[in-house]
Design a protein around this ligand. Structure first.
Ligand code: HEM
Length: 269
């Protein structure tokens, strides 16, 4: 039988049913009557959210593997995260093909919707050690989103898990740092910096993992920079749909490292 006249049995899994392609292609619903560029705007945001989901899935794995002492396998997942992050940064180019007027053709229809409300972005910030209650409290108490954020907020972040791994591998991380509440953002520590300097001189495997962490940190900063320039060229200095001062607010989020100790040690060699 040629592939053309082969008929699938009714219940057989197909590409379309497995990947829920019909549902997926029905998720791009314009707010404007029919502005051409709104489709791109929706698809690109949805693509970002899918990749955020995958990154969160991989960061969970990295932390589990570190807890199990499996740094080589954790490195493998880190490399995948970094590859996705490069795509995320690159994807900005696509949206930058949209001129300010093209964006304006549907901007008013967005009302107060904004990337500011991306709860997966906030989950990611929490996982990476940037803990702040404010973005979580904007979601109604008891809602599914709020519960997801609360769970992440009260979970240890990747830097805390990494320090615990260092302790288990025989490095003398101070007890008080290991006991810090999960809800605390990453803070720099001179004691940790001294240990890291020693690791860089003596332990290739952990050094490689540190370098992947700094790639991750730099990648997130790069995304923030590309996003703010995209915003500047698209809406200039107007306020954001999410109600912030826009570019001015976004600039305040630039150049803040996730893992300050990994940056601080650079001048020690
Ligand atoms: C023309 C395109 C875009 C414009 C004009 C724009 C504009 C803005 C503005 C003005 C803010 C500040 C909050 C506000 O007042 O609304 C913001 C925040 C944000 N946007 Fe965008 N954005 C664009 C595309 C994107 C895309 C494609 C993503 C991908 C998910 C995204 C994700 C975010 C995130 C995560 C924040 C919060 C950043 C933070 O608080 O650190 N934006 N955006």
């Amino acid at each position: 039988m040629s592939p053309n006249n082969y008929i699938h049995p009714i219940m057989a899994l197909t590409y379309t049913s497995y990947l829920k392609i019909e549902e997926l292609l029905n998720l791009q619903q314009l707010q404007s009557p029919n502005e051409h560029d709104e489709t791109l705007f929706i698809i690109i945001h949805q693509a970002y959210e899918l990749w955020f989901k995958q990154i969160l899935h991989e960061t969970d794995r990295v932390m589990t593997l570190l807890e199990q002492g499996e740094i080589n396998r954790a490195q493998h997942s880190m490399k995948r995260i970094l590859t996705i992050l490069k795509v995320l940064v690159h994807q900005v180019d696509i949206l930058e093909t949209m001129t300010p007027l093209e964006f304006l053709s549907f901007r008013d229809y967005l009302e107060s919707a904004s990337g500011f409300q991306s709860y997966q972005w906030r989950e990611l910030e929490f996982v990476l050690g940037r803990k702040s209650e404010a973005p979580m409290l904007r979601f109604p108490e008891g809602s599914e989103i709020r519960k997801k954020l609360e769970k992440r907020y009260h979970q240890k972040h990747i830097w805390q898990v990494f320090l615990a791994y260092l302790k288990k591998s025989g490095h003398n991380i101070p007890e008080q740092l290991l006991k810090i509440e999960a809800e605390k953002s990453v803070e720099s520590s001179e004691e940790v910096q001294q240990i890291l300097v020693n690791i860089y001189r003596t332990d290739t495997c952990i050094t490689q993992f540190c370098e992947l962490m700094i790639d991750l940190d730099e990648g997130i900063q790069e995304w923030r920079y590309r996003h703010v320039k995209m915003v500047e060229r698209t809406i200039g200095y107007k306020t954001g749909t999410g109600g912030s001062p826009g570019v001015e607010y976004l600039r305040s989020t630039l150049f803040n490292p996730l893992f300050p100790d990994l940056w601080a040690i650079r001048s020690s060699f």
